[in-house]
Design a protein around this ligand. Sequence first.
Ligand SMILES: [Zn+2]
Ligand SMILES: [Zn+2]
Length: 263
Amino acid sequence: MIVKQIWTGNAYRNFNYLIACPETGDALAVDPLDYEKCLAAAERNGWSITQVLNTHEHGDHTGGNKGIVAATGAKVIAHENAASRIPNMDIGVGAGYVVKVGRSVELECLDTPGHTMSHICLLSRTDEPGLFSGDTLFNAGAGNCHNGGHPDELYETFQQQLDRLDPQTRIYPGHDYLINNLEFTLDREPDNAAARSMLDTFRDQDPAHALVTTLADEREINTFFRLDSASVIARLQEDFPDIGDQPDARTVFLKLRELRNSW
Ligand SMILES: [Zn+2]
Ligand SMILES: [Zn+2]
């Protein structure tokens, strides 16, 4: 499996992806908002984009479909419940559906509600597993729930699915929010040395050559995976004294998500 991360350079800081089969040159475009950059990258590498996958229905993820399909005839895949909101969707999928790219690439669809209620994350099960996480999981952060989502569902997705993946899974999110999110982590957990060190190292990184974290990294630097951290809980009690000394993981997650909304 070859993964090409494409930095759009737009105001929303979107990442687009091409996932290619090295044997056949077939490629899947994930959320190809900047379709011209995606088409150019495919051409440079000699790949044919035969499929598009939208992680969810928001316009900054689906807005390039038309341009890609016009140029390539690619089929559009998305969550089965997003059909009414994604024009010209060809294939509706749910949990367990396997997207095949060429001969050698297989990607499993995870049904991951929370950011919206029809959100797919794509998991490659290769020697080096990768998760294309859309707006569910960001580097050092979690998606918001303002536009059709629910924080409770997002918590369930983190606990029941993401937190159980192989620690070596590489994380390919839908946006570059690394620096902002690390600053939020440090606001919540000022003694988090791993987050401090990553922020110092990558503060001025070029998103066109962005750091790719693993799930193991995320467990250290992403406050939404650090629900039992004593310093996260102590700091949270300053804002929410009624949570007590031993709040459950769901309460911590929901309070962190609430604080992040206005942070
Ligand atoms: Zn979104
Ligand atoms: Zn987005």
